[in-house]
Design a protein around this ligand. Structure first.
Ligand code: SF4
Length: 228
């Protein structure tokens, strides 16, 4: 496989890495990484990877990374169509070579539970239609760059809409948990405050906000608002 990659990368006009293993190593690259897995131009957050930092395809572009475990089918097809129709120059890449059109905003953008997040109304059970999955179940939606709640899966749903916490699978560090049973889907805390907070939120601000939000939570925030 490595020989194929070396040969093909030399003559490819574009290289697109699909999924976490191809982009930054994914689950196989978790330390101690016995298989020495790495992505095409990254190993986790570190630039380099199998092809090296300086690699450019014949088009002049680096490897275009479409992460995810799995990657969203619409992200893949839209990038391939942009290449095939000569519109790839309209796409800008972020520092990890992810197309910004899909990875500039957070998974939380468009999540139907945002109001519950704001009022700190938590759900501690999978599959519930109400409550936010951040406070007990370790949802990484506020910290993860993806458009899962803007471009729905099968045009219908997303993990958080179905009551399953975001696992952060489009970020280089995925998986964030050590894959031990009992450690996944549990919010890690430090002195009562979630260990990982949304970017830009300090621990002090978070504690203050929690106090205010909890006191202001309207009764309906805990009710199931869906009509079936
Ligand atoms: S369920 Fe996750 S993505 Fe949705 S509002 Fe809560 S933290 Fe954000």
């Amino acid at each position: 496989m490595k020989d194929w990659l070396s040969d093909l990368a030399k003559v490819a006009k574009f290289v697109v890495a699909v999924g976490d293993c191809a982009t930054w190593g994914g689950i196989p690259a978790v330390a101690p990484n016995p298989s020495e897995s790495q992505g095409l131009q990254f190993l986790k957050r570190e630039a380099g990877g199998f092809l090296g930092t300086d690699y450019r395809a014949q088009s002049g572009l680096p490897v275009i990374n479409i992460p995810g475990c799995p990657a969203h089918p619409d992200w893949i097809t839209q990038i391939l169509v942009a290449i095939a129709t000569g519109r790839i120059d309209d796409i800008t890449l972020d520092e990890f070579h992810r197309p910004e059109t899909f990875f500039k905003s957070f998974t939380q953008t468009g999540c139907t539970r945002n109001i519950h997040f704001a009022y700190k109304a938590s759900t501690a059970e999978f599959g519930q239609r109400t409550g936010c999955l951040f406070y007990d179940l370790g949802c990484r939606g506020p910290m993860t760059h993806s458009s899962c709640n803007r471009i729905l899966w099968n045009r219908v749903s997303s993990k958080t809409r179905a009551g399953m916490p975001c696992l952060g699978c489009t970020e280089p560090e995925f998986p964030f948990f050590d894959l031990e049973p009992g450690t996944v889907f549990k919010t890690k805390t430090l002195m009562g405050v979630p260990k990982d907070l949304p970017p830009g939120v300090t621990r002090k601000d978070y504690a203050l906000l929690t106090m205010v939000a909890k006191n202001m939570t309207p009764a309906w925030a805990d009710e199931d608002m869906f009509i079936v």
